[in-house]
Design a protein around this ligand. Structure first.
Ligand SMILES: NC(=O)C1=CN([C@@H]2O[C@H](COP(=O)(O)OP(=O)(O)OC[C@H]3O[C@@H](n4cnc5c(N)ncnc54)[C@H](O)[C@@H]3O)[C@@H](O)[C@H]2O)C=CC1
Ligand SMILES: O=C([O-])CC(=O)C(=O)O
Length: 350
């Protein structure tokens, strides 16, 4: 397990202000970027498209879905910001939606219903992600691909295998979006400890399902002590937060509004970093040659080409080391399932 001594804490002030803004206000044309949302008509896609339309860092917003995208595009395009919006519907328009993109966000795919795990979505979402990433490989091979569609632990390995098969793989550019776990951790810990949630940062590592969601409460900024019962209950709530929303929505889907905000925050950090802003950090799930896992979420230093490097895990407490041990089987199984699927998909489709 990598234990990078470079400390996270010194870099954290660059993270928190992004909670309440729409990105840097640079209007230089070389700094504005082109962004696509695939699955733009969905519960996440619509509010995400709205938030992106408000950003001065974006010149063009490409909204793609298999249904209703023209309506979403017409609606969002009436907002008086400079971002040019174009909508695309159906496979015949997918290539045009992707050409020239710097960042592609993928919230396309079915959400959970009560009683389902994220892995239960694999059967539908694996093919959706594989199809969409194949189109990215052909039409915008240098774009950063941010995968929101669940199960993220498997869809990111699928995306990587597809890009490898097209000889356009760059491990710096395929990232599973785990930002919502980080936002939830800050919110829940702040509530429990009477802190200002916009000033709290808790790294969340490992993966994005069940036991693989591991908040590093020992590395919270600002430093706060926790009793063992507090560690247990906060870890449980952060891990279970997706299910909390699925159950509260009672059949009407999963987290969409908080996820749209999380994805927008992640996007603005990526765009800031592409524009050369130093010290931009977000957690994300990526290929991880430096850990014992093929893919792993850590805090990431972002740069001009995507992920500059993983910040690593820091000094884990005994409790956190045990949580990683307990997550091993689930994470590895999710990763191998994605890789196996991609092999079969590629053997059929090429
Ligand atoms: N990474 C994370 O933290 C989170 C991930 N999610 C995941 O995000 C995904 C989307 O969730 P919602 O927006 O609530 O679902 P939704 O069902 O409201 O929207 C999904 C959209 O994808 C579209 N779609 C389906 N197949 C497509 C294809 N081949 N190409 C383009 N678009 C396609 C649908 O038409 C629909 O508009 C789910 O898999 C969900 O589990 C949700 C919350 C948090
Ligand atoms: O729980 C779900 O199905 C959606 C999700 O990933 C989350 O809210 O973290």
């Amino acid at each position: 397990m990598n234990k990078t001594p470079a400390r996270l804490m010194s870099l954290i002030p660059s993270v928190t202000p992004k909670l309440i803004r729409h990105g840097s206000t640079s209007l230089q044309s070389n700094k504005v970027k082109k962004v696509a949302v695939l699955g733009a008509s969905g519960g996440i896609g619509q509010p995400l498209s709205l938030l992106l339309k408000l950003s001065p860092m974006i010149s063009n917003l490409s909204l793609y879905d298999i249904q209703h995208a023209k309506g979403v595009g017409a609606d969002v395009s009436h907002i008086e910001t400079r971002v040019k919006v174009k909508a695309y519907v159906g496979n015949d328009e997918l290539a045009d939606a992707l050409k020239g993109m710097d960042l592609v966000l993928i919230p396309a795919g079915v959400p959970r219903k009560s009683g389902m795990t994220r892995d239960d979505l694999f059967i539908t979402n694996a093919t959706i992600v594989a199809d969409l990433v194949s189109a990215c490989a052909k039409n915008c091979p240098r774009a950063i691909i941010a995968i929101i569609a669940n199960p993220v632990n498997s869809t990111v390995p699928i995306a990587s295998e597809i890009m490898k098969a097209y000889n356009v793989y760059d491990e710096k550019k395929i990232i599973g979006v785990t930002t919502l776990d980080v936002l939830r951790a800050a919110t829940f810990v702040a509530e429990a400890k009477g802190l200002d949630s916009t000033r709290v940062f808790v790294p969340v590592i490992c993966g994005h399902s069940g036991n693989t969601i591991i908040p590093l409460l020992s590395q919270i900024s600002p430093p706060v002590p926790f009793s063992q019962p507090e560690l247990d209950s906060l870890t449980y709530r952060i891990r279970n937060a997706g299910t909390e929303v699925v159950e509260a929505k009672a059949g009407a889907g999963c987290a969409t509004l908080s996820m749209a905000h999380a994805a927008a925050r992640f996007s603005f950090s990526i765009l800031d970093a592409l524009n050369g802003k130093a010290g931009t950090i977000e957690c994300g799930y990526i290929a991880s040659p430096e850990t014992e896992f093929k893919y792993f979420a850590t805090p990431l230093l972002l740069g001009r080409n995507g992920v500059e490097k993983s910040i690593g895990l820091g000094n884990l407490s005994e409790y956190e080391t045990k949580l990683i041990e307990q997550a091993k089987h689930e994470l590895n199984a999710n990763i191998e399932k994605g890789i196996d699927f991609a092999k079969q998909y590629l053997s059929k489709s090429r």
